[in-house]
Write a protein of this length. Structure first.
Length: 276
C-alpha cells in the first residue's frame, strides 16, 4: 500500500494494490516522509474507500474516538439493512455525533421532529438509531436523549438513498445558492462550495426547508440560549433574520426562534472555519 498524502500523524491517503484511493487510520502512518510503501499492515485500524474530498478534512476537526464510534454504528447498520450506503456515512455520522455530544455537554437540548414518522416508516433504521444512542452513551458515559435516535436514523436513511427534492416546483439548489450569497455578503467572505463546511451547512438548510414545507418546527425550549446568542453575535443574528425573511418570501412560511437559533449556530460554525 502506497502512502502518499498525510492528513495527520495517524491518518493518510493511500493507494491500494488496485491503485484505488483509500483513507487509512494507522498509528504513526503520517510520520515518515512520503510517498512510501506501508508494509506492516498490522498497524492499520480502519480503511475508508470513496470518501469525498470535501469530507476528508474532518479527520483534523474531530477526535478519532468519534470515528471509532461512527464506524462501529455503520458496521452494525450494514448487518441489519440490505442496502448499500454512501461511503461518506462514517464521516458525516462522526461529525453529527461530535456535534450532538457538544450540544449535550453545553446543555443545549433540541426536540427532534419526525419522531412518529420515522418510527413507523423506517422501523429498522430507528432501531439502529436506538442501539447507536445506547452505544454512544455507554462508550462516552453520557446521556444523550432517546430523540437523538431519530437524528441518527435520518443519517442512515439519507445514506441509503439521495434525499428527494422538497418539491418539483421548488429549486432547492437555487435557494441554497441565494442563502450562501446572503452569508457571503453579510460577512464579506467567500465560501468554498466544495468544502465540507459548506456541505454541512447545506445539509442543515435542506432539512430546514423540509420542516418549513411540512409545517414542522424545532422545539428546543432554549429561550435563554437564544437570547445569549443574539446578544453575543448580533451580526450573525441579523444574517439569520435576513435568511429567514428570504425563505419566508419563497416558501410563505416563517422561521420560529428555535430555527433562527440553530441557523445562527450553523452559520457561526461555517464562517469561523472559512475565516481560518
Amino acid at each position: 500500500m502506497l502512502v502518499y498524502k498525510k492528513l495527520n500523524n495517524n491518518v493518510a491517503v493511500c493507494k491500494d494494490g488496485n491503485n484505488k484511493d483509500v483513507v487509512v487510520f494507522a498509528r504513526g502512518i503520517g510520520f515518515r516522509e512520503m510517498p512510501y510503501e506501508l508494509t506492516d499492515m498490522s498497524t492499520v485500524e480502519r480503511t475508508f474507500y470513496g470518501i469525498s474530498n470535501s469530507y476528508i478534512g474532518l479527520v483534523n476537526d474531530i477526535d478519532k474516538e468519534m470515528f471509532d464510534i461512527s464506524s462501529t454504528i455503520v458496521d452494525y447498520a450494514v448487518t441489519k439493512i440490505n442496502s448499500e450506503f454512501n461511503p461518506n456515512l462514517a464521516f458525516t455520522l462522526a461529525d453529527h455525533i461530535n456535534f450532538a455530544v457538544s450540544r449535550y455537554r453545553n446543555n443545549i437540548h433540541v426536540k427532534t421532529p419526525y419522531v412518529g414518522d420515522i418510527k413507523v416508516l423506517y422501523e429498522e433504521e430507528y432501531k439502529i438509531g436506538r442501539a447507536a444512542v445506547n452505544f454512544i452513551n455507554k462508550r462516552l458515559k453520557i446521556h444523550l436523549p432517546k430523540e437523538e435516535s431519530v437524528s441518527i436514523a435520518l443519517h442512515i436513511i439519507n445514506a441509503e438513498t439521495m434525499p428527494d427534492h422538497v418539491n418539483d416546483e421548488l429549486d432547492v439548489d437555487a435557494l441554497t445558492e441565494n442563502v450562501l450569497g446572503i452569508i457571503e455578503e453579510s460577512f464579506k467572505i467567500n465560501i468554498s462550495r466544495e468544502g465540507f463546511n459548506c456541505s454541512r451547512f447545506v445539509t442543515h438548510l435542506h432539512y430546514l426547508i423540509q420542516r418549513l414545507k411540512k409545517g414542522e418546527a424545532l422545539d428546543s425550549n432554549n429561550a435563554v440560549m437564544f437570547e445569549k446568542l443574539t446578544e453575543s453575535y448580533p451580526e450573525t443574528y441579523k444574517c439569520a433574520l435576513d435568511i429567514g425573511k428570504f425563505l419566508e418570501d419563497k416558501l410563505k412560511k416563517s422561521l420560529v426562534d428555535e430555527e433562527i437559533m440553530y441557523l445562527m449556530i450553523h452559520i457561526n460554525r461555517m464562517c469561523s472555519r472559512e475565516n481560518k
